[in-house]
Design a protein around this ligand. Structure first.
Ligand code: SAH
Length: 699
C-alpha cells in the first residue's frame, strides 16, 4: 500500500503530497494522535471502568456469560477493564493497524491474551459465526467513538451496524446513553467568526465603510464543526439568552438509526438580545440509572471541582444561519438537524400550527453560497474583523502610500487592496495565490475572483482593484499595465500556512516579483522576526506526556510507540496550537531569535542562530513557543503570538486569531533556584531552500 502525506511547501505557498516509504508506518498520525490525551483523562477512565464493572455484574446476575464487543479498542484499555471486571471474553476491534498491533502487545503484557481477541478490522467488516471473527454475538457493547460533536467520528452508523449484526437484542451498552445540551447566546466575539463586519476606514475624503455583499448576510456557512475549549471563553465575551436545554439523546443499548433526522425543543429566552450562536456539549451516562455521568459541560454550568481538562472532547459553537432578535419570554423553537456525521441548528418563532413547522424542516446540511466561508475559515474571519488590527495596517499604509503609488498586494483573501485603494493609491493590484494549491473543482466552487467581484460590486469598487490570478513567478509586465510596483504589501497571510513562519512565503513571492519592483519600492511589512519563549503549560503538556499506567494497566507500549514516532524524521518538530485556548505561563523573557528582511530577496544561505535563554520563574519547562511579528512600517508592528505578559506571574495573552508554534521538550525540567537561573540553549535554523525552521534545545 502506498502512503501519501500532505505538506504545505512554504517556498511555493502550495500543498504537496509526498509519498512515504515502507518504513513510514503512520508516524505523523501517531505522534499527533489523541491517544495520550485520552489515557490522561482520569475522569473518563474512572467512569468507563465503573460503568463496565456495573454492566458485567448485571449480565452475571442474569446468569449469563459476559461477552464483550469493544469497538475502537485503541490501546485495548476498555477491554482490559472488562476482562478485569470478570468478563468471560472480549472482542476488541480496531481499524487502525498500528494501534491494533499496539493493542495486541499491551493486552499480552497485562496478561489478558486468553480473554481478549484483538481484531484489526473496521467493525462493519467483522463476521460472526463458528468460522467468523466472533464466535457469537456479544451481550455487552463497549465503545468510545465520540468526538466533540458526539457523532463526527461515525458513532451512529457504527452502532447501527453493531446492533444489527454484532450484539444480542437487549444487550448492555457502556456508555448507556448520550445527551446533547444547547444554550442560545449572543456573542460579538463568536459571531465575528461567521460573518464579516463593516470595516471603517478614515481616508483623506472622509470615512469610507466597506460592507460585505448581501449574500454573505444570509449565508448558512459551512457544516464543519467549530470545536473549541469553551472554558477559555471569558463570560464577558458572551451573553446567555436561554437556559441550558436538553436537545436530544441517543440510547446505545437499543437499535440506533443513523439516517438524517431532526430534533426540536421549545425555548423561552431568559433575556432579550440577538440570537447568534448555539453553544453545545454532551454528556454520557455509563449506566441506565444515570449515576455514572461524564460531562463536557463548561465552567458556568458545573462546579469547578468537576472540571477535567481534556482536548479530545471539547465544546461546539454553532452559528445560526442569520442573527435573530429575540425577546425575553417569547416562544421560540430551536431545531437541530443532523445527518450521519454532523449537526446544525436553526431557530423558529412559535406558530400555532405544529404541522406547518414540520414542513419547514429541511434536513439539508448547510452549504456556503457566498463563497466567503470557503475562502476564510473561522479564525480568519475573526482576524479580518479585528478592528484594532485593521487600524494598525491602515496607519502603516497611510505612512507609505502616495497618490501616485502603484500597489501590489500578495496575501490570500486580504482586505489590504481595498484599504490601499481607500487610502488613495493610484493603482491597486492583488495577487491571489491561494488557489494555486487547490483542486480544479474546488477553485471553481470558491473562485476568489467571483467573491471579490461580489464584494467590489457591493462597495462600488468595480475596476478599482485588479485581481491577478497568476503565480508570482509568472507575473508579466502586462498584468501591471507595464508599470513598476512602488508599494508591495502583504499581511502576510496564506491559506496553506500551518506554522507561523510559513507565511514567509511572502518573502519568496517578493523575491519572485523582484523584476517588477521600482528601485525605490517600499515593502510593507519591511521585515519579520521570529520570537521565542519558554513556557509551562497549565494542561497542554498532557497531550505529549507519557502515561505509564492507566487505571492500573501498563500502557508503556503506547508511550514508546508515540516516542518512536516523535523521533521519526521530522515528526519531532514544532506543532501549531491556538494558545488562547491553552493557558501557559512564561518562564523566560520573550526573545527575538531571527529576523527576515523583506526589503531584500531571500538569500541563498541558511539563516541560523544559537544562544541561551534564562529561566526566570519557577516552574516546569514543558516547551518553547514561537511566533512571528511583522514590522509594517517604522514603529508599527503586529504580533501573531504574544500580545502581552499580563502580570508578575508570567500569564500570557495570545493573539486570539492565530496558531502559535509549540515545540515540546522531550524531558521536562523544573527551574527552582532563581538566584542562579537555569539556562536553556537553543539552535535554530531557517533553511531558505525549504522554507522550514529546524530547532534543537538543550536543557
Ligand atoms: N477505546 C480506546 C480508544 C478510543 S479512540 C479508549 O477508550 O482509550 C477510538 C478508536 O476507535 C480509534 O483508535 C479508531 O481508529 C477506532 N475506530 C473508530 N471507529 C471504528 C470502527 N467502526 N471499527 C473499528 N475501529 C474503529
Amino acid at each position: 500500500m502506498r502512503t501519501f502525506c500532505g505538506r504545505a511547501n512554504p517556498t511555493t505557498g502550495s500543498m504537496e503530497w509526498l509519498e512515504e516509504g515502507e518504513d513510514y508506518d503512520y508516524h505523523q498520525e501517531i505522534a499527533r494522535s489523541r491517544y495520550a490525551d485520552m489515557l490522561h483523562d482520569k475522569d473518563r477512565n474512572v467512569k468507563y471502568y465503573h460503568g463496565i464493572r456495573a454492566a458485567v455484574s448485571r449480565v452475571k446476575e442474569r446468569g449469563e456469560k459476559a461477552i464483550v464487543l469493544d469497538i475502537g479498542t485503541g490501546t485495548g484499555l476498555l477491554s482490559m477493564m472488562a476482562a478485569s471486571a470478570g468478563a468471560d471474553f472480549c472482542y476488541a476491534i480496531e481499524v487502525f493497524k498500528p494501534m491494533a498491533n499496539a493493542a495486541v502487545k499491551i493486552v499480552e503484557k497485562n496478561g489478558f491474551s486468553d480473554k481478549i481477541k484483538v481484531i484489526n478490522k473496521h467493525s462493519t467488516e467483522v463476521t460472526v459465526g463458528p468460522d467468523g471473527d466472533m464466535q457469537c454475538r456479544a451481550n455487552i457493547l463497549v465503545t468510545e467513538l465520540f468526538d466533540t460533536e458526539l457523532i463526527g467520528e461515525g458513532a451512529l452508523p457504527t452502532y447501527e451496524h453493531a446492533h444489527k449484526y454484532l450484539v444480542q437484542e437487549g444487550c448492555e451498552a457502556v456508555p448507556h446513553r448520550a445527551t446533547v445540551y444547547v444554550q442560545l447566546v449572543e456573542s460579538r466575539r463568536m459571531w465575528s467568526w461567521k460573518k464579516l463586519f463593516p470595516v471603517h476606514v478614515e481616508s483623506e475624503d472622509g470615512e469610507k465603510i466597506l460592507v460585505p455583499p448581501s449574500e454573505m448576510e444570509s449565508c448558512p456557512g459551512v457544516p464543519s464543526v467549530c470545536d473549541i475549549q469553551l472554558n477559555q471563553m471569558p463570560s464577558s465575551d458572551f451573553s446567555a439568552l436561554s437556559d441550558v436545554v436538553k436537545m436530544f439523546s441517543v440510547d446505545f443499548s437499543k437499535p440506533v438509526q443513523s439516517a438524517s433526522t431532526y430534533y426540536r425543543v421549545q425555548l423561552e429566552p431568559v433575556k432579550s438580545g440577538k440570537a447568534q450562536i448555539v453553544l453545545s456539549w454532551w454528556d454520557i451516562d455509563m449506566d441506565p440509572s444515570g449515576m455514572i455521568n461524564c460531562t463536557m459541560a463548561p465552567y458556568w454550568v458545573k462546579p469547578a471541582s468537576a472540571l477535567q481538562w481534556r482536548d479530545h472532547w471539547m465544546q461546539c459553537v454553532y452559528f445560526l444561519p442569520r442573527e435573530e432578535p429575540v425577546l425575553q419570554g417569547e416562544k421560540l423553537y430551536l431545531t437541530a438537524c443532523r445527518d450521519e456525521y454532523s449537526v446544525w441548528y436553526s431557530l423558529q418563532r412559535a406558530r400555532a400550527d405544529e404541522e406547518e413547522h414540520k414542513a419547514d424542516v429541511r434536513v439539508e446540511s448547510p452549504v456556503c453560497r457566498c463563497r466567503a466561508h470557503l475562502l476564510w475559515n473561522r479564525p480568519r474571519f475573526g482576524e479580518l474583523n479585528d478592528q484594532s488590527r485593521t487600524r494598525q495596517y491602515i496607519k502603516a499604509l497611510r505612512k507609505v502610500l502616495k497618490t501616485d503609488s502603484v500597489c501590489l498586494c500578495i496575501s490570500d483573501g486580504s482586505l489590504l487592496p481595498v484599504l490601499a485603494h481607500y487610502l488613495g493609491a493610484k493603482q491597486v493590484h492583488s495577487l491571489e495565490v491561494g488557489c494555486g494549491c487547490m483542486q480544479p473543482s474546488r477553485i471553481d466552487l470558491y473562485h476568489p475572483h467571483k467573491l471579490w467581484l461580489a464584494f467590489f460590486k457591493a462597495n462600488n469598487l468595480e475596476d478599482k482593484i485588479k485581481i491577478i490570478e497568476a503565480r508570482p513567478e509568472l507575473l508579466k509586465p502586462s498584468h501591471l499595465e507595464d508599470k513598476k510596483i512602488s508599494v508591495l504589501v502583504g499581511e502576510p497571510f496564506f491559506t496553506t500556512s500551518l506554522l507561523p513562519w510559513h507565511n514567509l512565503y511572502f518573502w519568496y513571492a517578493r523575491t519572485a516579483v523582484s523584476t517588477h519592483l521600482a528601485s525605490s519600492v517600499t515593502v510593507l511589512p519591511q521585515s519579520a522576526s521570529l520570537h521565542m519563549m519558554i513556557v509551562e503549560f497549565q494542561d497542554l503538556w498532557r497531550i505529549r506526556s507519557p502515561c505509564g499506567t492507566c487505571e492500573g494497566f501498563d500502557v508503556r507500549t503506547m508511550d514508546d510507540m508515540i516516542k518512536d514516532s516523535l523521533n521519526f524524521r521530522e515528526s519531532k518538530e514544532a506543532e501549531p496550537h491556538p494558545l488562547w485556548e491553552y493557558p501557559c505561563k512564561s518562564l523566560s523573557e520573550p526573545q527575538e531569535v531571527l529576523t527576515f528582511d523583506f526589503t531584500k530577496t531571500v538569500p541563498q544561505h541558511c539563516l541560523s542562530t544559537e544562544g541561551s535563554v534564562k529561566l526566570l520563574r519557577k516552574g516546569k519547562s514543558h516547551g518553547a513557543v514561537l511566533w512571528m511579528e511583522y514590522h509594517l512600517a517604522a514603529d508599527i508592528s503586529v504580533s501573531t503570538g504574544l500580545m502581552q505578559l499580563t502580570n508578575e506571574k508570567g500569564n500570557c495573552e495570545w493573539n486570539p486569531h492565530c496558531k502559535q508554534a509549540v515545540y515540546f521538550f522531550s524531558s521536562v525540567i523544573e527551574s527552582e533556584i532563581l538566584s542562579d537561573p537555569t539556562a536553556v540553549t537553543y539552535a535554530i535554523n531557517f533553511d531558505t531552500k525549504t522554507g522550514e525552521i529546524a530547532m534543537d534545545f538543550k536543557l
